[in-house]
Structure formats: C-alpha cells, structure tokens
Design a protein around this ligand. Structure first.
Ligand SMILES: Cc1cc2nc3c(=O)[nH]c(=O)nc-3n(C[C@H](O)[C@H](O)[C@H](O)COP(=O)(O)O)c2cc1C
Length: 183
C-alpha cells in the first residue's frame, strides 16, 4: 500500500480484534517507522516498547479504565523523555506525535488496525504511569500513548472530516481563489 492510500485508509478502530498474534517482523517494521520519524533538533526523544506477551497484554488491558479498546494481540507503548532541544524548549510532544503517525500508517499498510490511546492514559487517573511502572519504565520517562495492533474482526468505521474548503486555502486565510491553474 502506498503512503497516500495508507493515510486515507487509517481511522481509529475500537472494535474486536482477532486473537492471531502479530509477528515480531511486523512489530519491528512498525516500531522502525516510529524511529524513522523526524524530531526537533534530532533529539529522538521518544522510545517504544512492543508488547506481544499475552499475560502482559491482559494486565495492561485491565489497567485501562474505562477499557476503550478490546484486548489486542499486540501493543506498542510510546515513551517520551522531555529533552531540551534549545534554551528551555522541548519538542518531545511533536517528536512522539510524528512517531505515532508513522506507526499508525505502517500498521494500516500491513493490514492491521489501531487507535491512538493517549487521552485515556494521561489524565488525572495516571494510567500511563501505572503501565510504565508495570514495564519498568524509569520516572524521567512518561508513557504517553498506547497503540493496539491486530486484525479487525468488525467493520472499520470512517469518521467524517471537514472538507478541504472548510479547513484549507491557497495563498491566504479563507482566501477564495479559482482553483483552475490556467485562469
Ligand atoms: C492526541 C490524541 C489523543 C487521543 N486519545 C485517544 C484516547 O485516549 N482514546 C481514544 O479512544 N481515542 C483517542 N484518540 C483518537 C481520536 O479520538 C481520533 O483520532 C479522532 O476521533 C478522529 O478519528 P480518526 O482517528 O478515526 O480519524 C486520540 C487522538 C489523538 C491525536
């Protein structure tokens, strides 16, 4: 699948997963896509833990409350360190976001589904910290996102997006321009 098709096929999947395992080869390809992402001042502030041990997946899934997703056959945990790029500026949020999108697109390209789970684990319940402790992640790293990985057993629903005309313009904010290049 080419990258543009992957972008337009991706959507957040919260349905049931097939229990079939995800190969280590595929998990590695997914994480390598995260590692390949750009990062501010090349700080490479995000790290990843791929989980494919069924008992560990179950423990992590039990910590998710509310359990927004079905227990998947694999999961990528995204870990971030607030590294300073320059002065007191850290691009760690942008760094891990770029890595996550690369991984989501790779997950789709390989025929799996996923969902960016961040809000549910980084609010006041601090579920991310509990999962981080379970995985032995040191205190100066935050577990910021979970990406389930597995084959969908249910139809993948596409959410409606605003149109190009509602969100984008050429040559100026809200600029109305004839789109025909020959005019
Ligand atoms: C920063 C961020 C945090 C998110 N956190 C969650 C989450 O905790 N739980 C969840 O079910 N979806 C989460 N999502 C997925 C969004 O709900 C989803 O991307 C959005 O509704 C658009 O749908 P789409 O991904 O199908 O295009 C998150 C997405 C982003 C970018």
């Amino acid at each position: 699948m080419d990258v543009i098709s992957a972008i337009h096929s991706r959507s957040s999947y919260r349905g049931k997963y097939d229990v079939a395992p995800v190969s280590r080869e595929h998990l590695r390809l997914i994480v390598e896509a995260g590692i390949a992402a750009p990062s501010g001042c090349n700080k490479q502030s995000s790290s990843f833990i791929a989980i494919d041990e069924p008992s560990l997946l179950k423990k992590i899934h039990q910590l998710l409350d509310p359990s927004v997703i079905d227990c998947p056959p694999a999961m990528i945990c995204v870990i971030s360190q607030r590294l300073i790029a320059y002065r007191n500026v850290s691009f760690s949020v942008q760094d891990y976001s770029a890595a996550i999108e690369n991984m989501l697109l790779t997950i789709v390209a390989l025929g799996y589904q996923s969902c960016w789970i961040e809000g549910h684990i980084t609010d006041s319940d601090a579920i991310g910290r509990k999962i981080a402790d379970l995985l032995g992640v040191p205190d100066d790293f935050s577990l910021v996102c979970l990406l389930p990985v597995g084959r969908a057993l249910e139809p993948v629903k596409r959410i409606e997006k605003k149109t190009f005309e509602q969100r984008a313009w050429f040559n100026g904010f809200m600029h109305k321009e004839n789109m025909n290049c020959n005019d």
